[in-house]
Design a protein around this ligand. Structure first.
Ligand code: G3P
Length: 227
């Protein structure tokens, strides 16, 4: 199961890549604008931080299929490496996904709100679909249920498309889509960090060190110094 960072903040990406088992980075136009930096140098910098092998998902901005395809080819040439072009599931987007499939360009169908959007995108040849869990929840829908149904449809009909669940505001949503068989999650740095943090873990570690120092003294702070 994939763990992907949904951010274009280079400091956060560097930090998370160092400590967490990260498979790649997703961005979207809104995420990019938050960094206040020129687009192309920013995405090239992200590519150099994560290396050529990790997955990098970058979204097109055009609305017409032909222009989306042109933009996708440009992004692929400029960014290189293990790259996926994010295409929104509009009618034009589906046409672009079909054309990109023929040209062997990998795609992720984004802004997914319903299982049927995911079904059409998978049939068109998308490698991934990204259902927006928290945004669905905010519309009084059930984001986890949408993920569950997409996973079921892909398995039932052997569609070779994976579900990269997106748009999370808390660990509970991530936990639930893990249980429902999502193939991966992409989440902001704050949510990824919160997957690991627990006050009991922190206090247990402090207690271990405290107990150790009571027996072996302040200076013997490593097992290597106690022979
Ligand atoms: O990758 C999709 C994502 O960026 C949408 O997330 O948190 O803006 O709902 P959010």
């Amino acid at each position: 199961m994939l763990l992907v960072i949904d951010s274009a903040n280079t400091e956060n990406i560097k930090k998370l890549i160092e400590f967490f088992p990260i498979d790649g980075v997703t961005t979207n136009p809104t995420i990019i604008t938050k960094e206040n930096k020129p687009f192309l140098p920013l995405i090239k910098e992200i590519r150099s931080i994560i290396g050529e092998e990790k997955m990098f998902f970058v979204q097109v901005l055009q609305e017409k299929a032909e222009e989306m395809v042109e933009e996708a080819l440009y992004l692929k040439k400029e960014i290189g490496g293990n790259m996926y072009v994010k295409i929104p599931v509009t009618v034009e987007g589906i046409k672009a996904i079909k054309q990109l499939k023929e040209q062997n360009i990998k795609t992720l169908a984004t802004t997914i709100y319903t299982p049927m959007q995911a079904f059409v995108a998978a049939k068109a040849g998308a490698d991934f679909v990204a259902p927006y869990v928290n945004r669905i929840d905010n519309l009084s829908g059930n984001g986890v249920q949408v993920v569950k149904e997409i996973v079921h449809i892909f398995e039932q009909h052997q569609l070779p498309c994976r579900v990269l669940a997106a748009s999370f505001k808390n660990t509970q949503q991530v936990h639930q889509v893990c249980l429902e068989g999502a193939h991966g999650v992409t989440a902001g740095p704050d949510v990824i960090e919160s997957l690991l943090s627990h006050p009991s873990t922190e206090s247990n570690v402090k207690q271990f060190i405290h107990d150790w120092k009571l027996s072996y003294g302040e200076t013997s702070d490593s097992l290597l110094n106690t022979h």
